[in-house]
Ligand binder design. Structure first.
Ligand code: TUI
Length: 326
């Protein structure tokens, strides 16, 4: 499957692995890139030395392109931005803010720049400033989210820009990938599905929860504070919700709950950990390798995409009980 996204990024399949803070390290990113997608290391709030080392490890795992994501809410983002320019990273994606201050520096370093956006206004601004493509991420996604659904956002972003659009939020298999392409996307970014693959180093307990999750097992916290985050329902997210609903709540109490909560989840604390995951957890049924996950998605999407609408409906009806998670 060739699109402007595969051409631009120099990859075989138009599947990009979403950056997941504390989750997306060299082990996952290297495996996804080697399998023909684009693996992305999440810089998150990690020390510069860790980021540099993960880039080195990922590069030793594959000759194919590797990406790094900058989380712009991180106070150290300016230093991370400079490091990535020095390392001449193939692809830089950004999240949770506008990367306008860094785009020129990254382009001069030869990197492809792909900001994640949650509105068509920001997408258009990114195109004007020289972005090579954008990821349009709907609020079905896990982690920090915007307001719009993938269904509403992706076609609006496609209409607002001429650079290629990569859809994200709710995409985890061939059906959802084909749907994203029907909306105008030329690539997909997939997070939750890759969280459960063998090469992802998070604790089995976290993967098991994602696989067991049904469609309504995620919840959004942090809306009141202006930083909405989607994750699996558990004691942590329920406690956060309870505190947020209490007008007499001391903000320090919330901060204490949040402190270290991502790391706890990754280490397997499914009670007190913040288990970020998207709504597509409801259609992730089994563990696979990164390569298997990518080829299954591409195979299903191509089969669906080549048909008339009537044949498409039949192809979906023909899904086996295993494919339906039964
Ligand atoms: O960034 C993400 N997802 C994330 S970042 C993250 S790390 C974190 N950890 C703890 C608490 C909160 C976050 C976890 N998940 N996705 C990309 C994304 N970007 N979604 C939405 C946006 C976004 C929202 C507003 C981008 C830009 C924006 O406005 C920028 C502006 O200045 O106009």
């Amino acid at each position: 499957m060739k699109t402007r996204v595969t051409e631009l990024l120099g990859i075989e399949h138009p599947v990009i692995q979403g950056a997941m803070a504390w989750v997306a390290n060299a082990s996952l990113a290297g495996a996804v890139s080697e399998a023909g997608g684009l693996g992305i290391i999440a810089a998150g709030a990690a020390p510069l030395a860790w980021i540099e080392e993960q880039v080195r490890i990922a590069r030793s795992m594959t000759d194919r392109p590797i990406g790094v994501n900058v989380m712009l809410m991180n106070p150290e983002a300016p230093e991370v931005a400079k490091l990535l320019a020095n390392l001449k990273v193939d692809v830089i994606t950004t999240g949770a803010g506008s990367p306008s201050a860094y785009i020129d520096m990254w382009k001069e370093a030869g990197s492809k720049v792909v900001p994640v956006v949650a509105s068509s206004a920001l997408a258009a601004r990114m195109e004007r400033l020289g972005a090579d493509a954008v990821v349009a991420e709907g609020c079905e996604a896990g982690g920090h989210i915007g307001e719009l659904t993938t269904m509403a956002l992706v076609p609006a972003v496609c209409d607002a820009v001429s650079i290629p659009v990569i859809a994200a939020g709710g995409i985890a298999d061939g059906r959802t990938m084909a749907a994203a392409f029907a909306l105008g996307a030329e690539g997909v970014q997939v997070g939750t599905r890759f969280l459960t693959v063998d090469e992802c180093t998070v604790a089995d307990a976290y993967k098991d929860r994602v696989i067991a999750a049904k469609d309504s097992d995620t919840i959004v916290t942090g809306r009141a504070g202006g930083h909405p985050v989607r994750g699996l329902k558990n004691a942590f997210s329920r406690n956060v919700r309870t505190l947020e609903a209490d007008p007499s709540c001391d903000p320090r109490e919330l901060e204490a709950l949040y402190a270290g909560s991502l790391r706890r989840a990754v280490e397997g604390d499914v009670v007190r950990g913040s288990m970020m995951a998207g709504q597509s957890a409801g259609i992730v049924y089994e563990r696979k390798t990164a390569r298997e996950a990518i080829s299954e998605m591409i195979g299903q999407a191509e089969a669906l995409g080549m048909r008339s609408l009537e044949e498409l409906a039949q192809a979906n009806a023909d899904r086996t009980p295993m494919q339906r998670g039964a």
